[in-house]
Design a protein around this ligand. Structure first.
Ligand SMILES: Cc1cc2nc3c(=O)[nH]c(=O)nc-3n(C[C@H](O)[C@H](O)[C@H](O)COP(=O)(O)OP(=O)(O)OC[C@H]3O[C@@H](n4cnc5c(N)ncnc54)[C@H](O)[C@@H]3O)c2cc1C
Ligand SMILES: NC(=O)c1ccc[n+]([C@@H]2O[C@H](COP(=O)([O-])OP(=O)(O)OC[C@H]3O[C@@H](n4cnc5c(N)ncnc54)[C@H](OP(=O)(O)O)[C@@H]3O)[C@@H](O)[C@H]2O)c1
Length: 245
């Protein structure tokens, strides 16, 4: 094994649907900040194939958890989905990424907007103290194609407190209790802030976006209409993004 990799042991591979899975991995001690990712790898035909995966677990939990979707033609995700308890996968020794609260300026409301597996880093963040210490309101939004993809309901229910709201979007079927359509349209027409019952405005909000790059682009355009702009260390703003592809 090269110096750059740790060998982790799969302890669980939970299949939520035919395409969504969560891997739990132990034996790979790694330091990271909630919201970061690490490269996971398998050896395929003698070559190590590696892809970034966000931690679902908080840093205090030594068993790492990753939430994945099978991209059928992809070189790594179908193989990760087939891993069984006891099998080995490799984790890069260093975690990375800027979708972390230490990079986010103070605000009244923290909005966490995800499509698909982009939910993962927000679950890690929400299981630390920082969001509850720093923000008066925290709104988690998960957008999926089908209702069966609204996973991690038990974990999310466990986050219940007065300052927390959880909203979902289901785009390809009607689903009671979820908003219809896509996140950017609901930002533009005011449905998102109405559902959360909190303003989405530059004066009081910071928005973290994760998942599909088209959602990131369209949501940033809708947020720009509300005068929210990308946050940079040298030019503080209101939006932090992480694209999954
Ligand atoms: C910073 C970062 C963090 C990431 N964290 C996660 C994570 O927590 N969970 C996760 O499942 N993936 C995550 N990804 C994507 C992941 O690295 C892989 O791209 C993905 O697992 C597919 O791998 P692959 O080798 O099978 O196909 P690839 O060759 O990597 O991807 C092929 C195509 O599949 C689509 N695709 C890739 N990833 C996704 C996805 N997550 N959801 C929907 N479509 C996708 C894109 O169209 C992409 O071009 C992350 C990517 C980045 C850059
Ligand atoms: N989800 C599945 O049933 C399924 C099945 C087999 C394989 N896959 C693999 O996984 C990939 C897709 O996975 P996924 O469904 O998790 O992710 P996704 O395609 O990113 O869809 C997740 C959510 O993001 C929305 N979205 C897409 N583009 C958007 C935009 N520009 N602005 C705002 N929202 C947007 C989708 O809405 P729309 O529905 O309106 O696009 C959907 O509600 C596929 O490429 C495929 O390889 C998925």
């Amino acid at each position: 094994m090269s110096d750059a990799w740790l060998a982790g042991r799969v302890v669980e591979n939970r299949h939520w649907t035919e395409t969504l899975f969560s891997l739990r991995v132990e034996g790979a001690p790694l330091e990271f900040e909630a919201g970061q990712f690490v490269r996971l790898a398998l050896d395929v035909d003698g070559e190590r194939v590696a892809r970034a995966f966000s931690f679902v677990n908080p840093p205090s939990d030594p068993v790492h958890e990753f939430f994945g979707v099978v991209v059928p033609e992809g070189p790594l995700s179908p193989r990760l989905a087939r891993l069984a308890p006891g099998q080995t996968l490799y984790l890069a020794k260093r975690a990375a990424g800027f979708l972390v609260l230490s990079e986010v300026p103070d605000a009244q409301t923290l909005w966490l907007l995800a499509t698909g597996t982009g939910l993962a880093p927000f679950l890690s963040i929400l299981r630390t103290d920082a969001p509850w210490r720093r923000f008066r309101r925290v709104v988690l939004v998960h957008a999926v194609r089908f209702a069966r993809e609204l996973v991690y309901q038990e974990l999310i229910s466990g986050l219940k407190r007065p300052e927390f709201s959880y909203l979902s979007f289901v785009s390809r079927e009607a689903h009671a209790g979820s908003l219809a359509g896509r996140i950017p349209a609901a930002i533009a027409d005011g449905r998102l802030e109405a559902a959360a019952a909190v303003p989405l405005a530059a004066a009081d909000s910071h928005v973290m976006l994760c998942g599909n790059p088209d959602m990131l682009r369209d949501a940033q355009a809708a947020l720009a209409e509300r005068a929210l702009r990308k946050h940079r260390r040298r030019a503080p703003g209101h939006i932090t993004v992480e694209s999954f592809w």
